[in-house]
Design a protein around this ligand. Structure first.
Ligand code: CO8
Length: 258
């Protein structure tokens, strides 16, 4: 496996794991972290033996935001010409399902990174927020858009305008996270969810992900039409034949990921 400086990568069965590893800066997302996370996620995405990717941080911090010390000296021309943060879009384009396991702080870019992932599991100690306004900036990795779609206008406005954090319970009530688990069990639970997803047919899981994501990009009628076309196309796959035959024959399916 590739050697990285700011992240750890691992593979368990069909699950790829990316652990943010800058403890001295609460996993602040500098440009190197961004490059490494994206490179690792793309490598897992290319690997047909990987059916799900887990992204996690430390017990204290998933990530405390983009790296403020790295950002501070930059001018408009610096960030414009380097097109700061647009590379995170590559992570959203990964087709393999992704699970964020959030313990502790997920602030600013950390919250935005978690929201790029498909399933968001929170430890009961998780804290989410978009505190950029306190630094005199605004979210820069999609937070104003993804948070608003996840929790609605009023709460997104309050969080972006006041910079206050919300705890795991509030985040679950608001629909930001799929589930809260005791912090000590977070990684086991994330691995269990990821194992379940990775046990499905990979191309069908990719199509399910694509269909759900389409809900954020288009009208209801177009989205339903897209879903129906994909549903029809799935009947050309071996895994649809296997999945339905296994049900009828009362056995476990053995997906070929084709
Ligand atoms: N960037 C850089 N370093 C950080 C960051 C960060 N985001 N967060 C924490 N650190 C560093 C601290 O500076 C400290 O380092 P040192 O020991 O060298 O002083 C170390 O991590 C530990 O942090 P603290 O001592 O502050 O730990 P506490 O437990 O006291 O506090 C907090 C934890 C509350 C999480 C606190 O660290 C904090 O408020 N961090 C900043 C949170 C924040 O504002 N995040 C948003 C950043 S901006 C962003 O993500 C998007 C910007 C988009 C801009 C678009 C521009 C183009």
């Amino acid at each position: 496996m590739t050697e990285y400086q700011t992240i750890l990568t691992d593979q368990k069965n069909r699950v790829g794991i990316i652990t943010l590893n800058r403890p001295e800066a609460l996993n602040a997302l500098n440009l190197q972290v961004m490059r490494e996370v994206i490179e690792a996620a793309q490598a897992f995405d290319r690997d047909p033996e990987i059916g799900c990717i887990v992204i996690t941080g430390s017990a204290k911090a998933f990530a405390a935001g983009a790296d403020i010390k790295e950002m501070q000296p930059n001018t408009y021309m610096d960030v414009y010409l380097q097109d700061w943060f647009s590379a995170w879009d590559r992570l959203a384009e990964v087709r393999t399902p992704t699970v964020a396991a959030v313990s502790g702080y997920a602030l600013g870019g950390g919250c935005e990174l978690a929201m790029i992932c498909d399933v968001l599991l929170a430890g009961d100690n998780a804290k989410f927020g978009q505190p950029e306004i306190k630094l005199g900036v605004i979210p820069g990795i999609g937070g104003s858009q993804r948070l608003t779609r996840a929790v609605g206008k009023a709460k997104a406005m309050e969080l972006c305008l006041t910079g206050r954090m919300m705890d795991a319970e509030e985040a679950e009530r608001a629909g930001l996270v799929s589930r809260i688990v005791p912090a000590a069990d977070l990684l086991d639970e994330a691995m269990s969810v990821a194992d379940t997803i990775a046990g499905m047919s990979l191309p069908i899981a990719m199509m399910a992900k694509e269909a759900v994501n389409r809900a954020f990009e288009t009208t209801l009628a177009e989205g339903v039409r897209f879903e129906r076309r994909v549903f029809h196309a799935i009947f050309a796959t071996a895994d649809q034949k296997e999945g339905m035959a296994a049900f009828v024959e009362k056995r476990k399916p053995s997906f070929q990921h084709r």
